[in-house]
Ligand binder design. Structure first.
Ligand code: SAM
Length: 286
């Protein structure tokens, strides 16, 4: 049975090891069993699954994952947590802890070794300072992936899930939605963590698309267009794409492409959905 997931046990473990929180590693440990149960249920972890956990902390969620999954590998950057994890996870024979920076781990190799190259599930209460590089890194790499179920800053979860017309809509929304179907599972208030973060959090499940929702000749080019459009979201699309140092597309070319799409020259990129960015990218490539 999992022993962690409440304030008393967490404090006891921290005191036993004289652990000091490191702000630079985004350490906010979960102390709420309901939230932990929700994460495990949302990630649909079953006895056949291999799970990669990013940032196990003192091993709270790891205990829950170990009970539900076939095997868990947890990657933790803070070496001070390694002896603690050896203690809190000693009852579980299906957990491996790796002391490393997740951004440096060869996750595709891990999936080959632990899951025969089949799609893996990633579950994490993420360090907020590297949420985007971790998630985008996973999607853009050749890691076989089924889903990512993660705790992120509430505002970031909203940005991932929203569409055109919302102030939260931007490059992250489009990038995530190109690769996956986002679903916000729960909002989680600061008092579910120790120490309490300054911002609200949310659990979001990103289920990787088996087939991409749009077809585009050059996805990299489409994402350059997307970034340029949202870098200057108050400007018209033709100005945004012209001013971008990465692109510098002649305004006439953009206007011509917009005409072909039946759209006015004054339109802003923030009105575009993924389908329209894909179409625009293909037209501008011609
Ligand atoms: N999973 C634990 C929980 O829910 O209580 C801890 C979550 S805490 C928000 C984030 C964890 O990620 C910390 O343990 C931190 O040390 C670790 N971490 C931060 N940056 C990391 C990185 N680049 N690679 C691996 N782990 C990292």
């Amino acid at each position: 049975m999992a022993t962690l997931g409440n304030p008393q046990e967490t404090i006891a473990v921290l005191q036993k090891y004289g652990f000091n929180f490191q702000k630079k590693f985004g350490q906010n440990f979960l102390i709420d069993t309901h939230v932990l149960d929700k994460i495990i249920a949302a990630a649909e972890i079953g006895p056949d699954d291999f799970v990669l956990e990013i940032g196990p902390g003192i091993g709270t969620m790891t205990q829950y994952l170990a009970e539900a999954a076939r095997e868990v590998t947890a990657v933790e950057i803070d070496k001070n947590l390694i002896p603690i994890l050896a203690d809190t996870l000693s009852a579980y024979s299906n957990v491996t802890v790796i002391n490393d920076d997740i951004l440096k781990v060869d996750i595709a190799a891990l999936a080959r070794e632990k899951n025969g190259g089949k799609p893996i599930k990633v579950v994490a209460n993420l360090p907020y300072y590297i949420t985007t590089p971790i998630i985008m890194g996973l999607f853009e790499s050749d890691v076989p992936l089924e889903s990512i179920t993660v705790m992120v800053q509430k505002e970031v979860a909203d940005r991932m899930q929203t569409g055109p017309g919302s102030k939260d809509y931007g490059a992250l929304s489009l990038a995530v939605q190109y690769y996956a179907e986002p679903y916000i599972v729960a909002n989680v208030p600061p008092n579910c963590f120790m120490p309490r973060p300054a911002v609200g959090s949310a659990v979001i499940r990103l289920t990787r698309h088996e087939k991409k929702p749009v077809e585009v000749k050059d996805a990299k080019f489409m994402f350059k267009l997307i970034r340029a459009s949202f870098n200057q979201r108050r400007k018209t699309l033709q100005n945004g794409l012209h001013n971008s140092s990465e692109l510098q597309i002649p305004k006439e070319k953009v206007v011509k492409a917009l005409e072909a799409m039946g759209l006015p020259a004054s339109i802003r990129g923030e009105k575009f959905d993924l389908e329209q960015f894909a179409r625009l990218a293909d037209l501008l490539m011609e």
